[in-house]
Design a protein around this ligand. Sequence first.
Ligand SMILES: [Fe+2]
Length: 454
Amino acid sequence: LWTRLAPEPTSGGGMPDADVPVRWELARDEGLREVVAEGVATATTAHGHSVHVDVDGLDPVTTYWYRFTVGDFESPVGRTRTLPAPGDSTERLAFAFASCQNRQDGYWTAYPHLVEEDLDFVLFLGDYIYESGPNPAKLRPHPPQAQDLAGYRDRYGLYKGDPGLQAAHAAYPWLVIWDDHEVDNDYAGDVPEEPDEAFLERRAVAYQVWWEHNAVRLDPPDGAELVIHRSFEVGDLARIFLLDGRQYRSDQPCEADIGPVCEAGDDPARTLLGDEQESWLFEGLDRSDARWNVLAQPVVMSKVAIPLGETTLFNLDQWDGYVPARTRLLDHLGQGQATNPIVLSGDIHVSGVGDLMADFDDPGSEVVGAEFVVTSISSLFEPAFIDIFEAALAANPHVKYGEARSRGYVRCEVTPESWRADFRYVDGIDTETSPIRTASSWVVEDGRPGVRSA
Ligand SMILES: [Fe+2]
């Protein structure tokens, strides 16, 4: 359970410099009459008066409601839900995943619809905030760039003030990872986008503020590092590996973020997950008895070749910039210890569905898994690139679906027999509300790697 005391959320929080006791209650009913757990947590100045409560002893597969109280002030009532116990026979999981909500680009018209779905949780794959400064040409220009403790806190205060986002948090538990914009565009490990000797201090502050603003069962960071990779079991049905694609990666290779691959890209010492996380993931996959093994991670894993005139371009911030590391991972998935690998990705503001190939350059090679890429909640895909993106699909036969014009989320329904993914698109983000529709649906069947149209 999470909350934060911030009467002035976009200008320093507005709290006195004192720690504050916060009462919490968790009940079996929305009216909070049947309270099953309660206590007092401390909102500390050191952590921006955020409150994290880890309630144990709850029943599996059960919906609970909760509320925080400080003095005369009561929070709205939130709803949450427990997962099936690890290993328990589980017939159904329903969740949605989303990414990328640049507030400058438009309204978050998807969230009121997300609230109406019947989900066990929401999975967010990063770019929850954008750190950038104002672009006056945009619909809702940002304040100045976030780069220190107050700046990042105020940015979360701004983003979390959105009523639709608040309702989505009040409706479901969320599983979250980060991508780059929680800190700095396209940063890699300790390398910022623009040279900055104090970058690790900036990163440490951004990681702390990320921790302050998320309902994560992690200890608060102490220093420049924060380990966020972790996994969840959903009964015997699924194991979800939440991966960190930013903190441990080698710097992007070659000259441009989007460009031809140069020799440096082939260096096997380069890594996207880092050695420790990679080993942890491989061991976790080897030990997993789950029917579906889910890699929830920020950036597109499939090869996406973009032919342009005489050359072929790649997005080198994605796994295409880390080919030897991708080959190691796909080889591991191909060994088949973990059944039914599903990779979930975001970051790029387009939708995509594809087969993960043992060798992307050989259309006859083994399919080792499926990838679903979610479009953004609001971040725009550069309009000038839409035609190039659509034309590039033909050069990538393992990509079965690609769409760059729409915003929304992906809803997944998982059973022991199949994985279904519905791509849900709003009509637009330039007005405060919009209808939504299911634009495309895809299925993976148990034991048959690869996607097919539903
Ligand atoms: Fe993004």
